[in-house]
Design a protein around this ligand. Structure first.
Ligand code: TTP
Ligand code: MG
Length: 201
């Protein structure tokens, strides 16, 4: 029998790379496991940085996960006993995942996801703004700027030792060899502004 929708909800853990999003997702999963909740963890098959069939954080904590290519595959891995679905790096799935998430929530499943809010340019990451708007609970984590030590809310992509260009492809799987956490003022992207804005003083 379908559970009450009152059990469900969307929790989003977001922020730049190196902020500890995966660690926070795994922390929430572990505390629900102690409470004997039935949990299934998913991640997009795209990110093969650490391990297949496991979500692994920078601090090397890990949990078993199911790799999926398409969001609807989630339904072949959950059943009427599933209380919680967790998805790491949700930004790499297709936008259909929004419908899948809402369907699960409306059937009483708690959905906890982590994902980048912005891409390397500082632009919203595809459908993430919609997910953030629909969520019951959002935690925006920051990292530490590698340049100045301020709280970092952005991810810098470095290509051949230089900041990436605005029109470079959005997806480039990687870690510290290609990316750095940066604050707003240290974050750089080669970009030609459309508007010629000038301060009036
Ligand atoms: P994350 O899990 O966000 O990075 P992380 O593990 O460093 O962060 P956290 O500790 O908070 O979990 O994974 C980001 C992935 O996205 C990584 O493979 C690089 C990729 N990526 C892109 O493809 N395009 C981009 O614009 C950015 C910023 C990252
Ligand atoms: Mg991560």
């Amino acid at each position: 029998m379908a559970k009450s929708y009152k059990n469900g909800g969307i929790e989003v853990i977001t922020g730049p790379m190196f902020a500890g999003k995966t660690e926070e997702l795994l922390r929430r999963v572990r505390r629900l496991q102690f409470a004997k909740k039935n949990i299934v963890v998913f991640k997009p098959a795209l990110d093969d940085r650490y391990a297949l069939n496991e979500v692994v954080s920078h601090d090397k904590s890990r949990t078993k996960s199911v790799n999926i290519v398409s969001p609807s595959e989630i339904f072949t891995h959950i059943d009427e006993h599933t209380d919680v679905v967790a998805i790491d790096e949700i930004q790499f799935l297709t936008e259909d995942v929004l419908e899948v998430v809402e369907f699960m929530v409306n059937h009483g499943i708690l959905v906890i996801v982590s994902g980048l809010d912005t891409d390397f340019r500082g632009e919203p990451f595809t459908f993430m703004p919609k997910l953030l708007a629909k969520a019951e609970n959002v935690l925006k984590l920051s990292a530490v700027c590698v340049k100045c030590g301020a709280p970092a809310t952005k991810t810098q992509r470095i290509v051949d030792g230089k900041p990436a260009k605005y029109h470079d492809p959005i997806v480039l799987i990687g870690a510290s060899e290609s990316y750095e956490a940066r604050c707003r003022s240290c974050h750089k992207v080669y970009y030609k502004p459309k508007l010629k804005l000038e301060l009036p003083w």
